[in-house]
Write a protein that binds this ligand. Structure first.
Ligand code: AMP
Length: 124
């Protein structure tokens, strides 16, 4: 599958420093910042610095160093945000996953009980 990256997406602009963000952590390959519209007490987005559209694009095409750097950032966010009692990691993807920003990002949500991930299918 080909992954077409739009360099005008809002997270690309954040990475270029064109719009501000509330940075939590940064390393060579990843940036973590607070979601502008938090859906839990802790709501941090972790993004790779490379141009990847989605989790499957990143998993298929990012180098081992980029993948390691990304997950090192995830680990640091979990440590520094104090989510020892648990958290949820979400990567909304394309239309069915309702992905709004077409630059791969992982939501880290926690700091309070989050409830079940989705209602049972019979209630949809
Ligand atoms: P998704 O629907 O998974 O693509 O999530 C995109 C997320 O990006 C949403 O939770 C938004 O609140 C968040 N968001 C959009 N613009 C910004 C921004 N400028 N800074 C921080 N978070 C943002």
């Amino acid at each position: 599958m080909a992954f077409d990256y739009d360099p005008e997406n809002i997270f690309a602009k954040i990475l270029r420093g064109e719009i501000p963000n509330s940075t939590v952590f940064e390393n060579e390959h990843a940036l973590a910042f607070r979601d502008i519209a938090p859906q839990a007490k802790v709501h941090v987005l972790v993004i790779p610095k490379g141009s990847y559209v989605s989790l499957d694009d990143f998993a298929a095409n990012a180098s081992a160093a980029e993948q390691a750097g990304f997950f090192a950032a995830v680990a640091e966010v979990c440590r520094s945000e104090g989510v020892e009692e648990g958290f949820r990691a979400i990567a909304n993807t394309r239309a069915h996953g309702v992905q709004d920003v077409p630059h791969f990002h992982m939501h880290i949500l926690g700091g309070e009980p989050l409830g079940r991930m989705l209602p049972p299918r019979s209630q949809n």
